[in-house]
Design a protein around this ligand. Structure first.
Ligand SMILES: N[C@@H](CCC(=O)N[C@@H](CS)C(=O)NCC(=O)O)C(=O)O
Length: 213
């Protein structure tokens, strides 16, 4: 049995849920919020972060490690392409997404959505402007330079690179931020393609239901 500890509004939890859906693995979600401090959670998440995966009593934190574990245990619909260079490239793009890209996207999400709509706190517009005008442009320019005009980022099948990068753009969609078609035409077309991917559509519907609740 598989349980994911975390809430799907977290980009890292969404990444894991996408992989589970993509591999058609059954799971349950235990809604643990970021920063949970109870002893039981501290034991399975030494860094105090979500997600944590539980599989028949085995527990492991960190979305990247979890996704790698799932791919080994459930090889159907592999999220890593064949060949060491392509595999290494998708791991690099996952790291790119999980570090600088999510940092910028999470700032926009937190300030424009989470703070005003869920935490009853003001939006720090200066932080949003910094993210949009300074942090994001070099990252988006890099992505534009490697995005193909059709299909996925690397290889022929959806990989952890697409999943990790797209979860960042799903995050900013909550804040009504969209990537400029004029400046980043290939990237914007890629994002639009994946926003209508049936798994993202399903996960977003569940998230929005939870947010409304
Ligand atoms: N590298 C971790 C990052 C996980 C992460 O930062 N999760 C956030 C929620 S989006 C969290 O739990 N933050 C709580 C904290 O840092 O105390 C992963 O990929 O799972």
């Amino acid at each position: 049995m598989i349980t994911v500890h975390g809430v799907p509004l977290s980009p890292f939890v969404r990444k894991v849920l996408f992989v589970l859906e993509h591999k058609q693995i059954e799971y349950t979600l235990n809604p643990v919020f970021p920063g949970a401090t109870d002893d039981a959670f501290a034991k399975i998440s030494p860094l105090g972060k979500i997600p944590v995966l539980e599989h028949d009593g085995f527990t492991i934190p960190d979305s990247s490690i979890i996704c790698r574990y799932l791919n080994h245990q459930f090889p159907k619909n592999s999220i890593y392409p064949e060949g060491i260079q392509q595999e290494t490239t998708v791991c690099w793009l996952e790291e790119f997404a999980d570090s600088k890209l999510i940092e910028a996207c999470a700032t926009i999400f937190r300030q424009r959505f989470l703070n005003p709509k869920m935490m009853n706190q003001p939006c720090d517009e200066a932080a949003v402007e910094d993210a949009i005008n300074n942090l994001l442009p070099p990252l988006l320019a890099y992505l534009e330079s490697i995005t193909p005009t059709s299909g996925v980022l690397v290889g022929e099948q959806i990989s952890i690179a697409d999943i990790a990068i797209m979860t960042c753009f799903v995050q900013v969609s909550y804040a009504d931020y969209t990537v400029s078609t004029e400046t980043y035409p290939k990237l914007r077309a890629y994002i639009d393609r994946f926003m209508s991917n049936e798994i993202f559509v399903k996960l977003l519907a569940i998230e929005k239901q939870m947010v409304a609740g």
